[in-house]
Design a protein around this ligand. Structure first.
Ligand SMILES: C[S@@+](CC[C@H](N)C(=O)[O-])C[C@H]1O[C@@H](n2cnc3c(N)ncnc32)[C@H](O)[C@@H]1O
Length: 249
């Protein structure tokens, strides 16, 4: 499928939908949830969960209860602290967060409730299904912060940052949109840079070493990152631009 010409994938007659063929690696559940978090999953999640069986609204801002100027996406939000921070600091933007780990989803919902955030929608599953569902050129910013590292060589094929997901991102990101990516694994950083710089839809926004050595402004630390740094691991921070004619680039 060409990057520029890709369209929203719809199940075709006689073909199994992609979502059914995908395998999600990693855990879905952790320790037992508190009563509050169970309540949030039972009451708040159904109100915020995306309905991937219905077509995505166009414009996508129709997902939110009040007008928003743009829609940003976080893939693998973990405990949701970064997503909640962004949503609180960018009230004019609507946010979609994807995370299959249900304890993390419950943690985010706790923040949504505590901070009274009305600009967050959630997919408690595989982000690749959301990428299939989103309209073309509908997303202004994407965050993929410390994707699962899968350090063993035989598991590298499980890594999220690879051509199939980059093609999906290229389709849903509008020209000029930014992708923020971070990792604490040098080998994953190198492989991601190679895949992204080879991809015709993306250009690396870099002018000096500080740009990838330091977390930029408007980019708070995540829980995973704090643990990585405490363990003495270096972190890498990348920003890529979705190239395209509408952005004049
Ligand atoms: C290493 S954790 C980092 C979490 C968080 N971003 C942070 O920095 O603290 C990676 C997260 O990505 C999630 N993840 C893995 N595969 C995913 C997928 N296909 N779609 C959405 N999230 C995914 C995992 O459940 C996990 O919570």
């Amino acid at each position: 499928m060409s990057v520029e010409g890709a369209r929203v994938s719809r199940p075709q007659e006689g073909r199994e939908p992609k979502a059914a063929r995908r395998h999600l690696h990693g855990r879905r559940k952790g320790h037992r949830l508190s009563a509050r978090r169970q309540r949030l999953l039972g009451e708040l999640l159904p109100r915020l969960r995306l309905d991937l069986d219905a077509p995505a609204p166009e414009p996508l801002s129709g997902l939110f209860p009040r007008p928003v100027g743009d829609v940003w996406l976080e893939i693998g939000f973990g405990g949701g602290e970064h997503l909640a921070w962004q949503a609180a600091h960018h009230g004019d933007v609507g946010f979609i967060g994807c995370e299959p780990f249900i304890n993390g989803v419950a943690r985010l919902l706790g923040e949504v409730e505590a901070q009274g955030l009305d600009n967050v929608r959630v997919h408690d599953g595989d982000a690749r299904d959301v990428l299939d569902w989103l309209p073309e050129a509908s997303i202004g910013r994407v965050f993929i912060l410390f994707p699962d590292p899968w350090p063993k060589k035989r598991h590298h094929k499980r890594r999220l940052i690879a051509p199939p997901v980059l093609d999906q991102l290229a389709r849903v990101m509008r020209p000029g949109a930014r992708l923020r990516l971070a990792t604490d694994i040098g080998d994953y950083a190198r492989a991601s840079l190679t895949a992204l710089t080879r991809h015709p839809a993306f250009a690396w926004c870099v002018s000096e070493a500080r740009d990838w050595r330091e977390r930029g402004p408007d980019w708070p630390e995540t829980r995973y990152e704090a643990k990585a740094r405490a363990a003495g691991r270096r972190c890498y921070y990348f920003t890529f631009r979705r190239c395209g004619p509408q952005a004049g680039e």
